[in-house]
Design a binder for this molecule. Sequence first.
Ligand code: ZN
Ligand code: ZN
Ligand code: FE
Length: 763
Amino acid sequence: MIRRLQIRYQGTVQGVGFRPHIYRLARGYNLSGWVNNDPGGVTVEVEGELEEIEKFLKDSIGQAPVLARIKAFDHKEVKPIGAQEFVIRESTQNDLASTQVSPDATTCPDCIRELFDSTDRRYRYPFINCTNCGPRYTIIERIPYDRPYTTMKIFKMCPDCEREYRDPGDRRFHAQPNACPVCGPELVLIDREGKKLSGDPIQKTIELLEEGKIIAVKSLGGYQLACDATNELAVQELRSRKIREDKPFALMAPDLETVRRYAFVSSEEEILMSPERPIVLLRKRESPQLAPGVAPRQNNWGFMLPYTPPHHLLMQEGGMVLVMTSGNLSDEPIAYQDQEAMERLKTIADCFLLHNRPIYIRCDDSVVRVFEGEAYPIRRARGYVPRPLELRFPGKSSLLAVGAHLKNTFALTKAGQVILSHHIGDLDNLETVKAFEEGIKHLKHIFEIEPQMVVHDLHPDYFSTQFALSLDLPKLAVQHHYAHAASVMAEHDLSGPVIGVSLDGTGYGIDGAIWGGEFLIADYCSFERKGHLKYIPMPGGEQAIKEPWRMALVWLERLFGPDFWDLGLEFLNQLDREKTKIVLASAKAGVNAPLTSSMGRLFDAVSALINLCLVANYEGQPAIELEMIGEQNETASYHFSYLEEDGKILIDPEPVISRIVEELGSGQEPGDISARFHNGASKMVVEVCEQLRERTGINQVTVSGGVFQNFWLLSRIKSWLEEQGFKVYAHRLVPPNDGGICLGQAAIGLRRIKDVLGSSNEG
Ligand code: ZN
Ligand code: ZN
Ligand code: FE
């Protein structure tokens, strides 16, 4: 019996080789019909024997190309028309209007095989790709996703490439960046002066790396800086040239086996090998060691595997473990344009391994940790962006959520979906601000989104806030820690109310103080602050973040008065007495000393008190180093005290600090003190949540904020809360740090857009 079925697939099914996949299957099962891209998906009609159609349907999903993400599909019977052939219908301009632009993808196994096959016409060709792999997001200038609208437009395909590109049965059918040594981009190695070095660029690069040189490598979304990770001199040289004192460097290893030699890999394997190929944080093995300068005072290595053909060539033929860090000077955004890279990186790199395929939009490497066997994002960028989050939101409204200040990302919504931008960076310098503005423009364009509203942080001085205020759109301000909580709610589709535990560095509070140790009762309509760390002045404001000893000093003065100098604490000897007087005076007078309830600042104080980290060279360093020295087997903990004020729980760290001072006096190990502090902070969270549950009956807890990058806290808080019967929700799709703020802003904005638009019409 002949039947005809119409099937619609939704999700990431365009530009990922889905149509050729359908074509091959349909032909294989002797079905006639057609396949077509249409807005938001792919439509197929197949006609033939029912049995064959059923097999086709099953395989169309089960054997879908690696990059396809089928989110939904449905089908209905239509009348057979007796067609003979199966065809791929050419998409009309209109059909492609809302093509989903897919992320850049790691070189696929088929392309890797050809890359190392000496008989293949693309043997050792550094720009080999197909519909299952290669650049996407970073080369697209505009939609539709077609070669003339990508940075590949400057290369004209040779007849061989053209044939593959036109052949629906070929793996390179409509692979927009398709290229070969005859017609495509080329790799060159040049020195700082721009002089081309002779010989094979890959071989020569390997030689230079072996000699201890630093090479800038043009990758997918920008330049990376590479050096031999076993050569301490090279690593130190890179640190000093890049002006990066302590922040750990990422690594690239040839294969999983090599990674295993240096680090413990269990459930991380899947993420290391995934098409997204992020940097994965892995626990270091004691030996063998890499150069100590790679990740000083860390228990983890950040490893990634090669993800472009030049990486594969370098790693296969060189066999080294390389430092592979972003190509920038300290806090600037990653360099991605050739001229600009030569200019900005010439004081850092000895040579440049680059090519003539332009990068249209920069996109850093992503960073992921694994928590309870699943991804826990730290930085969401290359490989993930711009795939919409796999979440469904109510309403069809479009809005822009501009995120916060540090680790900025922004979000756009359309038709119930949220698209998160790549990691933009800290909006402190002109370059990053430019990247932020250009990024918004670009994503609005490629997804054809015209926001009806803009959501921003409550902080009046953030650049992102000022940018939002400058737009001619209705506006909504969302408190920072509320956005953190809403971000987790959105990920887990919780409607609330929840107990939102937002432990963080800095966020502007509705009372103008700097919040960061917050317990909120929240849903999408509103929140109430039900508990927080007791306020303490932050002398020097921002300066107190860079110099954690300031917080330690304020605590000591509060507890012991001016006599604290007699306590004999080691870290005090390293301070400039005159400077300390100014700091304490400013705290006392409340001049340039905002009040804070920040958990991050409490970590800073402890880190300085035990003389571990007095100056922070990168964000979060004092807390990270405190976590690293923690003695894992220590079970004792310090105790916070609680006060009640206006229906709120005030959490007082005083007894914790005085206990630490006491134990320092009796010669306790810093590792034990760190552990007791971590345990105490975790217990405190559980105790406050229990009190709040008693008062409100709420049993769902969200954990978010930069402090939850600390795995000691994350894992203990989660499991201890669960022991008490709480349902605990942590991040899976976006980072707990401020890189995840825009999702919370968007989730709140989408629920409130009607009110905001309504009131702005009235006004
Ligand atoms: Zn491929
Ligand atoms: Zn060609
Ligand atoms: Fe935050």
